[in-house]
Ligand binder design. Sequence first.
Ligand SMILES: [Fe+2]
Length: 239
Amino acid sequence: MKLALPFALALALAAGAALAAQPEPGPGKPPSQPLRVQEAVTIYEPMSWPYIEKGLPGLSAKELKAHYGLYEGYVKKINEIQEKLKDADRSGANYSYNYYSELKRRQAVPLMGTYLHEAYFENLSPQPLEEGSALAQAMKRDFGSLDAWWEDARAVCLSAGVGWCVTAYNTREGHLHNYLITEHHIGYPAHVRPIVVIDSWEHAFCIDYGTDRGKYLEAVRKLINWKVAQGRYDKAAKE
Ligand SMILES: [Fe+2]
C-alpha cells in the first residue's frame, strides 16, 4: 500500500537526497559550486564645502564648481564599479583582458580620485599653522622650516605632468615627506597618512590660470587650512 506523504515532508526528503548525492568538498578538492563572494561595500556620497559655490581668494567659484563636478564623477564611478564587482564572474580573471580584471584594475582610480579630492577640498580655506602645534614642530624637524617645506612641495607639484603633492606622515618612519602621486592611483605609498594634499592637475587651475601652474600654486599656498592639517597630524602621529 502506497502511503501519501504530506507535500512539505516529501519536498524536504527530496532535497535531502539531492544534497546527499553531491560529493563532499575535501582537502585538494574544489567545491562543486563557485563560491559567492560577499565583500562589504561602502556606498559613497559626495561631501560638500561651502566655499565651492562662493569661491576663494585666488580660486574662482567657476573653477571650484567645475573641479567639484569632476570629484562628483569619481564618487559616482566608484559606486558603479563596486556594484558591478558584486556579481562579476571571477573565473576568467587574467592580465590581458577580462571584465572582472578590468573592473578591478580601474577600481583604484575613482576610489583614490574620491579620497584625494576630499582631502584637497577639505584643506582649502585659509587657517594659520599654530607655532606651538605638534605639526609646526614636525615641519621644522623634517623640512627645516615652513618655507623649505613649501619649496619642496612646489617642486613636487611642478614635477607632476598630472598629479598631486601629498605631504604625508609616514607611520613606519615617523617623519613627514612630500610624495608625488601621478595618476590618482599611482605612487601612493603604504604606511602614510595625508596631512596636506595639493591637486596639481591642470583641471584644478586652467579656468583661472590657463597653463600657469606656478601662479595657481602661489594662490594655493595661501589657502591651506593648517587647522585641518594639524588635526590630521595629531591623529596620524598617534598610530
Ligand atoms: Fe582634481
